[in-house]
Design a protein around this ligand. Structure first.
Ligand SMILES: [Zn+2]
Length: 239
């Protein structure tokens, strides 16, 4: 296929995908009537962390030890390069599929509701904010859409625009932990402290890597008088 034709074909495929996401994101087979996002086989094979069943003694919580007081850390699945989870995150972040973010947030929300007491005292979900130029480019904040899914399952409200991203940060991808922290520590701020004061908050994000971004957000929320902060992510790098 001529490269120009191939490019048009791929653009068209993305466009169709956006309108009719009826193929499994994991294996590209057609989805059945009762399946959404993933086919049953891919859904069963997701590398779930089950972190919410053991939230106080695991390596995810240890990422924040001595840095910021965090009430809990939990993640739906583990992130592995080249796996299904990377495909899901790619769809959510770069292919406009915010509904996929909501759907998976909802799956995890129901699991949290039935298997864990973690969220019983949480008053508010807050998605890790994007800088407004990134938001304009993407059209939505994927973390807010994950939070909307969690909210639907758990009946806990989402607060958008309370926490804001003031500075455009460089990509975190090629930075080590210290560089990531330097990159994000002055980026976030709370718009209206009265909306978080005295509240138990669950911060929501797509991927937990070093935790520098979540930590920077938590520091600001705690400075603004929130009672406690916990973290929920769709995926977590297990190292
Ligand atoms: Zn599949």
């Amino acid at each position: 296929m001529h490269p120009a034709v191939q490019r048009i074909y791929l653009l068209f495929a993305d466009f169709v995908d956006l309108l009719y996401p009826t193929l499994c994101v994991g294996c590209a087979k057609s989805l059945g009537f009762n399946e959404g996002v993933l086919c049953t086989k891919c859904r069963i094979n997701l590398p779930e962390t089950y972190q919410h069943r053991k939230p106080y003694n695991d390596n995810l919580l240890n990422k924040f030890a001595g840095k910021v007081p965090v009430r809990f850390v939990t993640s739906f699945v583990y992130f592995k390069k080249g796996g299904i989870v990377q495909k899901l995150i790619h769809k959510i972040k770069y292919k406009g599929q915010k509904e996929v973010a909501k759907e998976i947030g909802c799956w995890y929300g129901y699991q949290l509701a039935s298997e864990s007491e973690l969220l019983t005292e949480v008053d508010l979900f807050i998605g890790v904010p994007l800088h407004k130029s990134r938001l304009r480019q993407r059209g939505y904040n994927q973390a807010d859409w994950i939070a909307k899914g969690l909210s639907e399952a758990l009946n806990i409200p989402v607060a958008e625009d309370v926490l804001i991203c003031r500075k455009f940060k460089d990509s975190q991808t090629r930075k080590n932990r210290l560089q990531r922290w330097e990159n994000v520590k002055t980026v976030f701020s709370v718009q209206d402290a009265s909306k978080v004061s005295g509240k138990n908050i669950a911060l929501v994000d797509d991927v937990l890597t070093t935790g520098a971004t979540l930590e920077a957000c938590a520091v600001e929320l705690l400075k603004s008088g929130c009672k406690s902060v916990g973290f929920i992510t769709l995926a977590a790098v297990n190292r």
